[in-house]
Design a binder for this molecule. Structure first.
Ligand SMILES: NC(=O)c1ccc(NCc2ccccc2)nc1
Length: 246
């Protein structure tokens, strides 16, 4: 998968995705990341990329023309069709379902705004999708872009050593993840639940599903709204909640 990042600080996304799973995915060529700076496509001695917003009020807006030229160069750099994503608080909320869809695309272009954002005419003419990582304002779209890179990189084939672990991820089936434990079995902070050491894989899977259901019910009931739980899941949840009462 190829990702092109358009940003006044392209190195920020490069540095944020140079470690761990994402760094390894890049080293293995599972993900190619290219940075582009619209300042390289701006005119004049000051290579202006932003200016005051029409209509008055505080803040600056990124100019349409340097971005238009920059995006033309990005499209030109590879024959694969691009899907242009603009990271902004006005975008649709990113979730794991959308991450899986983005991860299957051959090319992504991530447009990072600074200041008050980008001239709306550029958005209307060039952006396929506006995405938000959450309801808060960052100083720039770069950290949001780095999150998109991270989430899609780890889903590339070969990125995770144990392919299964991407499936076991929380949100993979719309639920929060179950708790996890490792050595030692006994510790001042508590003991590892016996079922996890029973070797009974059916019981372990059942316990994990039950924990995921109870946790989701307790912490993120919104994830269960509009979702028809299976008879088995409803039984597991009820049993799990009853156990908390005891
Ligand atoms: N919540 C997000 O995903 C997000 C994305 C970008 C951002 N800041 C840059 C910007 C500001 C205004 C308009 C467009 C981009 N803040 C938050």
């Amino acid at each position: 998968m190829r990702i092109d990042v358009v940003s006044l600080f392209p190195e920020e996304v490069d540095r944020c995705t140079a470690f761990g799973v994402t760094g390894r995915a890049r080293e293995r060529g599972l993900l190619q990341l290219h940075g582009w700076n619209p300042r390289d496509y701006a005119d004049g001695n000051y290579r202006k990329t932003d200016d005051r917003t029409f209509g008055g009020g505080p803040g600056m807006v990124m100019l349409v023309e340097p971005l238009r030229r920059c995006l033309a160069a990005v499209r030109e750099a590879d024959p694969a069709p691009v899907h242009v994503v603009y990271l902004s608080p006005q975008g649709r909320r990113l979730d794991q379902k959308r991450v899986r869809e983005l991860a299957a695309m051959p090319r992504l272009v991530l447009l990072c705004g600074r200041y008050e954002g980008v001239d709306e005419r550029l958005v209307q003419a060039e952006v396929d999708e506006e995405l938000s990582i959450g309801d808060y304002v960052l100083s720039g779209g770069e950290l949001a872009a780095a999150i998109v890179v991270d989430t899609v990189a780890r889903l590339q084939d070969g990125a995770l050593n144990d392919a299964g672990s991407a499936e076991q991820d929380s949100f993979e089936d719309g639920l929060l993840d179950c708790p996890h434990y490792s050595h030692p079995v006994e510790h001042a902070y508590g003991v590892v639940p016996a079922v996890l050491r029973s070797g009974n894989h059916a019981a372990i899977a059942r316990w994990r599903r039950q924990q995921a259901l109870v946790r989701t019910w307790q912490r993120r009931p919104d994830l269960l709204e509009g979702r028809e739980l299976s008879k088995a899941d409803r039984k597991l949840l009820q049993e799990g909640l009853a156990a908390l009462e005891r």
